[in-house]
Ligand binder design. Structure first.
Ligand code: FAD
Length: 403
């Protein structure tokens, strides 16, 4: 059993295989040079310097050897031969597999505009990305420009404010979180970040990165403005890491396609996590990629079951969280395709939820500092409940009573 990738998906697949009694070899090959660790803290408390590496490890370092799971760090898989079942690593080593689980996640997209190859430009995907960024911060860089108003950009902006940086956040769309949430949540986070001193620029495009002596000095916008910067962080999405599998003939493009049991079109090759385009019941069965810890873990479990002969189709309820300042956002379901947003509670009180409906059915909730709504709303999403918007809007009425 060979697993490529040691993120949430790969680690969970290994754990699930052992827990289910698989006694054979498990080898995890990973480009990472750090034992399996969590990525969410990278843009939150690890960036803010509030959590050390030991506290973001998925399991204590000794765990893997104790369970006879061999983790080969610093090993990149560059080719897959599905006929001979042999993987080739960047160093030319050849490793055979019986079953392969591809859990390679994705790489942060880089800026494509002129000047985007100078020093001081960062992305946040790996631990070493954040270590490099923090190294520059402690050397006295103060003016940060964050490009991208999705979760990673917003979390990075919050962490940088905590570290005392001046922060400008640039978003091309006219609202924050446009890809994943509705207008109410985007406006709330815009106002919060501005209140915390972040200069939030919406509808603003970056056209060039300016530099001197090889280091960034500023960001030029489409409106002709130059925003001075000592560092720039791009949080503009990921490209799924599926090159070797696609070259080997696996079906896919934006991710490798899998069926409801995480099987790719290649024999005995499974794919899970950020890189896997899977049929999701909460997206009406259409093929989507989800970038969340929930999805990586649950697909890891799903693949392990299928491999060990107890298959169950993937139908886990999507959930997600984000921490910014003292705000805890919890999301359940997928808001894609919603045709109505219902607000529960008052955003000014910094504790409220947004319920998303499609054709009268509850499909998702975003809950800010409102864990009870999140816990109770899950059941509404699972049941695709039909609830009158007026009832959902009544913040005094517990959601569990609406099922
Ligand atoms: P990854 O965790 O990306 O792991 C991929 C692994 O594959 C890595 O070990 C990599 O080194 C390895 N790899 C890649 N290519 C190769 C190769 N060719 N050969 C060998 N190894 C390879 N999700 C949430 O639910 N909540 C959050 O708050 C949240 N915050 C996030 C913050 C940040 C900064 C980031 C980056 C992500 C965040 N996410 C969050 C998303 C979540 O971390 C991912 O969805 C999750 O890590 C996906 O797990 P994965 O195993 O699919 O991929």
């Amino acid at each position: 059993m060979v697993i490529v990738g040691s993120g949430h998906g790969g680690a969970q697949a290994a754990i699930a295989l052992r827990q289910a009694g698989h006694a054979g070899t498990i080898v995890m090959l990973t480009r990472d040079r750090t034992p399996p660790y969590e990525r969410p803290p990278l843009s939150k408390d690890y960036l803010a310097g509030e959590k050390p590496l030991e506290r973001i490890l998925i399991r204590p370092e000794a765990f893997w050897a104790e369970r006879a799971i061999e983790v080969r760090l610093g090993t990149e898989v560059v080719a897959v031969d599905p006929e001979t079942r042999i993987l080739t690593t960047g160093e030319g080593a050849r490793i055979g597999y019986g079953t392969l689980i591809w859990a390679a996640g994705g790489e942060a997209r880089r800026l494509g505009c002129p000047g985007a190859d100078c020093g001081g430009l960062h992305t946040i995907r790996h631990r070493h990305d954040v270590d490099a960024l923090r190294g520059e911060l402690s050397a006295g860089t103060r003016r940060a420009v964050v490009i991208g108003g999705g979760y990673i950009g917003l979390e990075a902006a919050a962490a940088l404010r905590k570290l005392g940086c001046e922060v400008t956040l640039i978003e091309q769309q006219d609202r924050l979180l446009a890809r994943v949430a509705g207008a109410a949540l985007g406006s709330f986070f815009r106002d919060e970040h501005r209140r915390q001193g972040v200069d939030v620029r919406l509808g603003t495009e970056v056209v060039e990165i300016l530099s001197a002596a090889g280091r960034v000095t500023g960001v030029a916008t489409g409106g002709g403005e130059v925003i001075a910067a000592d560092i720039v962080i791009a949080g503009i999405g990921i490209t799924p890491a599926v090159g070797p599998l696609i070259t080997a003939g696996a079906k896919g493009g934006n991710g490798v396609e899998v069926d409801a049991f995480c099987r790719t079109s290649l024999r005995d090759v499974y794919a899970i996590g950020d890189c896997a385009a899977h049929p999701n019941p909460y997206a009406d069965g259409s093929l989507i990629r989800l970038e969340s810890v929930q999805n990586a873990n649950d697909m890891g479990n799903c693949a392990a079951r299928a491999i060990l002969g107890a298959p169950e189709p993937y139908r886990a309820l999507p959930w997600f969280w984000s921490n910014q300042y003292d705000l805890r956002l919890q999301t359940v379901g997928l808001a894609q395709g919603y045709d109505m947003e219902v607000l529960r509670g008052d955003p000014k009180e910094r504790s409220f939820s947004v319920v998303y409906l499609r054709r009268g059915q509850v499909i998702a909730l975003d809950c800010v500092n409102r864990t009870r709504d999140y816990a109770q709303g899950r059941r509404l999403v699972e049941a695709r409940a039909r609830v009158a918007p007026e009832a959902l809007a009544n913040a005094e009425l517990p959601l569990k009573e609406l099922l």
